[in-house]
Design a protein around this ligand. Structure first.
Ligand code: DX5
Ligand code: ZN
Length: 219
């Protein structure tokens, strides 16, 4: 069994959007660690969700960190509004930004923790020059856009590589996994190096959400 303290970040993408405040409360009461906030712009991914106003409205109802995952084509345009909304992590896709180092600096200057995400088709080496500058790397196990998809097992191997790079170079990023995680397969991701487990459908479909959180943490 995994010994390290794994964090869980249930995604409100799988919640009832008419009752998002309730969903955040349910996440907190279940003993989860972060609220995963999936922002989709209908361009980078073929789906639309919510933006900074929703984050700002949810911010006062929880003390949990807001783990914002920006699946958008122009992440730099969202930095000020998400910082103003009280976002903690601002994770953008390496595929979306040519000038990633500038975006990372802007996120930090705005008082948020920068994260980098990569879709299944993006190789880990693309992060080579960037990994030392971020607080989180989000490895997508599905092509982003929708909850409830099955994970692509080969993507789990990226965790091992990224954990090794972190060790060798003394970097400090957290390794997050997102997409297709269930209470059954979470341990596999943890054993390969995941520190943060994002789960949408597995969390919201669970009858006993506290038990789901424990399983997602590999306990
Ligand atoms: C996928 C989103 C995920 C999604 C995960 O596009 O980035 O955060 O909510 O949902 P599940 O856990 O159902 O795959
Ligand atoms: Zn996500």
């Amino acid at each position: 069994m995994a010994q390290k303290n794994v964090l869980t970040a249930p995604s409100i993408l799988s919640a009832d959007f008419g009752r998002l405040a309730d969903a955040v409360q349910i996440i907190e009461e279940a003993g989860a660690d972060w609220v995963h906030f999936d922002v989709m712009d209908g361009s980078f991914v073929p789906n639309l969700t919510f933006g900074a106003k929703t984050a700002a409205d949810l911010r006062p109802i929880t003390k949990l960190p807001l783990d914002c995952h920006l699946m958008v084509s122009n992440p730099w345009d969202y930095i000020d509004s998400f910082s103003g909304a009280g976002a903690d992590y601002f994770t953008f896709h390496v595929e979306a930004a040519t000038h990633s180092t500038r975006v990372i600096r802007q996120i930090r200057d705005a008082g948020m923790k920068p994260g980098l995400a990569l879709v299944p088709g993006t190789p880990v080496h693309l992060l080579d020059e960037l990994a030392g500058d971020v607080d989180l790397i989000l490895v997508m196990l599905v092509n982003p856009g929708f909850g409830g998809q099955e994970l692509i097992p080969a993507c789990l191997e990226k965790l091992k590589t990224l954990a090794q790079i972190r060790e060798e170079r003394g970097y400090h990023y957290l390794l997050s996994v997102d997409g297709g995680i269930t209470t059954e397969n979470a341990l596999q991701a943890i054993e390969k190096g995941a520190d943060v487990i994002v789960a949408g459908s597995a969390f919201f479909a669970a009858q006993d959400k506290a038990a789901a959180v424990r399983k997602l943490k590999g306990r």
